[in-house]
Design a protein around this ligand. Sequence first.
Ligand SMILES: [Zn+2]
Length: 570
Amino acid sequence: MARHLITSAIPYINGIKHLGNLVGSQLPADLYARYLRARGHEVLFLCATDEHGTPAELAAAKAGKPVADYCAEMWAVQARLAEGFRLSFDHFGRSSSPQNHRLTQHFAKVLDEAGLIREVSETQMYSNADGRFLPDRYIEGTCPNCGFDSARGDQCDNCTKQLDPVDLINPHSTISGSTDLEMRETKHLYLAQSKMKDELEKWIDTREGWPVLTTSIAKKWLNDGDGLQDRGITRDLDWGIPVQRGDDPWPGMEGKVFYVWFDAPIEYIACAQEWVEAGKGDDWARWWRTDAGAQDVRYTQFMGKDNVPFHTLGFPVTILGSGEPWKLVDYIKSFNYLNYDGGQFSTSRGRGVFMDQALEILPADYWRWWLLSHVPETSDAEFTWEAFQSGVNKDLADVLGNFASRVTKFCRSKFSEAVPEGGTQGPRELQLIADLTAKLRDYEANMEALEIRKAAAALRGAWVLGNEYLQEVAPWSTFKTDPEQAAMQIRLALNMIRLYAVISAPFIPDACADLLAAMQTGDDSWPTDVAAALTMLPPGHAFTVPEVTFRKITDAEREDWAERFAGTRD
Ligand SMILES: [Zn+2]
């Protein structure tokens, strides 16, 4: 038994996430956490909302709410959807927590003491009417390139040209509308990542078996152009973690907060403290401090490829640079993108299926199975309604669901609603056990290597073996001539339902809980020895015929949904 710390990249607070976001970190992280727990390991699985930054302020303003209220409400929405998808976080925290405030200010202090923070003077747009410096997104004006009258200080949404606020014609504050703006000198803090370049590169080079996607992105940022650049870690915003050196003020930094990219990964640690604060655990340090037990922890992070730079460079600079015994990540599992029906998922245009909508039309397991078995591991993947319908109908309804249904209904009609007695296993059964064992070992090896598509394929292969066996031995025919032999075949098949429920639960937890309930057993021990596992339900053990485990998606539904999710969500 080992100890595993698992974190999923933390989703941004401003709105409901689409299925591409879900499969890009939270869902595979949950699969892994569930699998490791099922194997008897001790797991701490953490996620949180990422709540700071300009987009949160803007979304709150648009909703007409104070930003703290807006974030609290959206956290509750995201927590409820996570529950709906059965994401089994030990804690779902918030980057705005007091714990994260304290830790972020602490890291800033120790990094400063280590000479890794420098103050940089810059000129920045100041609004006299608002009495504050304005982040680029809070300034709008006419685009010098295309004449669009609502270009933002960082970019023109009409012609996509990257801009500086000073480029805008007739700039104004989006807070007050005031045009009384001037460039003023101000100071910001930068994290001196460049000083850590060699140490980072050495660390990355010693990571064994990391996915190419992860290391290639990290190497590119380390070495391309002028190499790893220092990065600003402060912003002029009201909402965020005030810039302080630990508990002490930071002269010259009044009114500034830490930039969200600096505080968000620190929330992984703060989240463990929130977990303790919430009364769910009693010792966060044994997961996070190598001087308090975390040297025995294996730490795995899950994220989309866009988040790799922050996790291979930015956050490790914070951890390594602190000089303190914090746990560093052992393995980073990163993902490509899931596209939607010939294009991209789009939050702004409402294109694609969002987490709340998905749960309105089908149970979580349907989505979990399809998304995980098509996870964008080695390249971008695409969601199409045809592929989704086909995957659900074939794998879940025709293979797994059908097996459970046929076996239990046949037993009820020919024997009773209890495991039948009699008969002895022959070579065909030994062959089945050998084949199942091989598939299961393949499944386990791929889960441990985090080869998720291959793991899904092995699991599907295990389901197929059951159907092939049933087809071949045909207990409905055997029964006519040799009822004892048919009883043995059905007894084995009933036990396979329990085995399937145990090994499939990391992918489809609700259906598997239903199957275990139908088999009237709470025994979900892992089938290390397949032959023994297939005798767990003894003759006479009562069961019930499960309700329809998986229904098929009809062509009419598929067409209806394809049209409904093509764009323009309200
Ligand atoms: Zn423009």
